[in-house]
Structures are given as structure tokens and as C-alpha cells.
Design a protein around this ligand. Structure first.
Ligand SMILES: C[S@@+](CC[C@H](N)C(=O)[O-])C[C@H]1O[C@@H](n2cnc3c(N)ncnc32)[C@H](O)[C@@H]1O
Length: 275
């Protein structure tokens, strides 16, 4: 089950009040969204965007007068808002990356702990899979992905090994290849592939300025990221935009939260207000 990360802090910085409207750009299972909706009664609305159709149809979150669910990419934020004539927008939330459902139930190879096909897509409409990258991309391109998105020091030797060993069909086959290359940071390699498959860093760069454009004056933006590559993008964007930064340093989970929800351990929250 997915436990919403930094929920108290999200509420503190988004500061939802009765009848205000919010956008959750990565609604997932709706942990944050439900908490926001509680605070915006009786008439505040929430627009929830989720790229993964399989998450959108999961029970638990249903469309109501106050909750609009949209199966799309947040990169289309402006178009979605126009289509639903949603606003004024008092706050926007991004809780980036994958949800626990992707790791535990999707069967799409997001984790090295299970033997699954190398897919790693959030949207099955995406033509690119991790398998296609590993089996069809050039050694140079694979090296770039591992270095840029996984910050892997031994990207060159691993890329060479991958090309030698292909075809690579499943996560466990990939784990064997990584171990043969004497690399032990499995998480970073899986992260690199996931970012590349879903073009996550470019998506984030693309959406942040849209988010600020659609926010009402005094509107709040909160972004939770899970690795330094994302956090750097958010930090630089906040610095160079017309925003009052509310978090000089990113907010991180308490030891107690990490104990209850280990997935939260790398979370960093940054928040700002539109001036
Ligand atoms: C960390 S989870 C969000 C969990 C949610 N805050 C909750 O409390 O349940 C991130 C979600 O964002 C979705 N996602 C990833 N890229 C997206 C995109 N470009 N547009 C919309 N949703 C996206 C993923 O499918 C995933 O469900």
C-alpha cells in the first residue's frame, strides 16, 4: 500500500483553506489529495492528474463534484486546466516518481527484488520500455543514461557488459549482468532506466513554469522529489522564478516517518508562494 510521504508538511505549506482549489499533478492513490479535500470543504475542488491508467481505475478514489480525475501527463497541465475551466488555482502539488503500487503490484520491472519483464513505463501508451533501451540502444547511449540519470561511476564498463550480454529480458537477468560488471548499486541503475523510459527530468523541467503560470497570486507550489537530480531542477527553478521560497533548505522526513515508511527516506520537499 502507498503511504503518502510528508503529508503533514504538504498540508503546512499548501495551507488549504475552505473553498480553495488545488491541483495534485501526481495523484496516485490519493493520500495527499484526500487530506487536501478535507481542508477545502465545503466547495473547494481538486483536480487530480495521473499518467498511469491502472492507478486511475483503482478503487478508493472516485470522481465527485469536488474531485476531478484526469488520466494524462502533467506536462499537459495548461491544456488540462483549460479543458476543465479549473480555477482559480490556490495550490499545486507534485509528489514525483513512482508509487509503491508500481514496485509491489504493477509487474512492470520497477524493482530488482522481483523477476519481471523490463518494462518500467508509467503509461502503457509510451512506446519506449527499459527492455528496448537495454537491447536496442547503442553502447554510448546506454552509458549516457547510466551516467546522467544514475550518476554511475562505472557506466562505461556496465554499458559494455550490457551490450555483450544482450538480449536481456528480465530484471533478474539484468541484476546478473550488473553483478558480473562488479557493480553493487542496483538501485541507481534501475533509477536511471526508469528516468529514461519516462523522460522524467524533461517532464519536470517542462511543467514547473506551467505550474507557476496557472497559480493564482499568493498560490502555493509544493514539490517532493526523491533524488538529487530532481531536487536540483526544482531548487534552480525556484531560485530563478518570481517566487517567495518557503523552504530555504528542503524539508525531509523525520526518523519516525522513515521508520514507518522506508520509501520516504530520500524525500525532499521544497515549497514556494507565487508573488
Ligand atoms: C509518488 S506517486 C504519488 C502518490 C500520491 N501523492 C499519493 O498520496 O498516493 C507519483 C505518481 O505520479 C505518477 N506520474 C508519474 N509521471 C507522471 C506524469 N508525467 N504525469 C502525471 N502523473 C505522473 C505516477 O504514475 C505515480 O502514480
Amino acid at each position: 500500500m502507498h503511504i503518502a510521504v510528508l503529508k503533514k508538511e504538504v498540508l503546512q505549506y499548501l495551507d488549504p483553506k475552505p473553498n480553495e482549489n488545488f491541483i495534485d499533478c501526481t495523484i496516485g492513490g490519493g493520500g495527499h489529495a484526500k487530506a487536501i479535500l478535507k481542508k477545502t470543504k465545503p466547495n473547494g475542488k481538486l483536480l487530480g492528474i495521473e499518467l498511469d491508467k491502472d492507478i486511475c481505475v483503482k478503487p478508493g478514489l472516485t470522481q465527485t463534484e469536488r474531485l476531478i480525475l484526469v488520466n494524462d501527463s502533467y506536462t499537459n497541465l495548461k491544456k488540462i486546466i483549460e479543458k476543465y475551466t479549473f480555477g482559480p488555482v490556490n495550490g499545486i502539488l507534485f509528489d514525483l516518481g513512482m508509487s509503491s503500487w508500481h514496485l509491489e503490484e504493477s509487474g512492470r520491472g520497477f524493482t530488482f527484488l522481483k523477476d519481471e519483464p523490463l518494462d518500467m513505463r508509467y503509461s502503457l501508451d509510451n512506446d519506449l520500455t527499459a527492455g528496448k533501451i537495454l537491447n536496442n540502444y547503442s553502447q554510448k547511449e546506454i552509458e549516457r543514461i547510466l551516467k546522467e540519470y544514475g550518476e554511475e561511476r562505472f557506466a562505461r564498463s556496465l554499458a559494455r557488459k550490457i551490450v555483450q550480454e544482450r538480449p536481456i529480458r528480465t530484471t533478474f537477468q539484468l541484476v546478473d549482468v550488473i553483478k558480473k560488471a562488479k557493480i553493487y548499486s542496483l538501485a541507481r541503475i534501475f533509477q536511471a532506466l526508469r528516468i529514461a523510459v519516462n523522460d522524467e527530468l524533461n517532464n519536470l523541467k517542462e511543467v514547473l513554469s506551467q505550474a507557476i503560470d496557472v497559480l493564482a497570486p499568493e498560490g502555493r507550489i509544493v514539490v517532493i522529489s526523491f533524488h538529487s537530480l530532481e531536487d536540483r531542477i526544482v531548487k534552480n527553478f525556484f531560485r530563478t522564478s518570481n517566487l517567495d521560497i518557503l523552504t530555504k533548505k528542503p524539508t525531509t522526513p523525520s526518523q519516525q516517518e522513515i521508520k514507518i515508511n522506508p520509501r520516504s527516506r530520500s524525500a525532499k520537499l521544497r515549497a514556494a508562494t507565487k508573488t
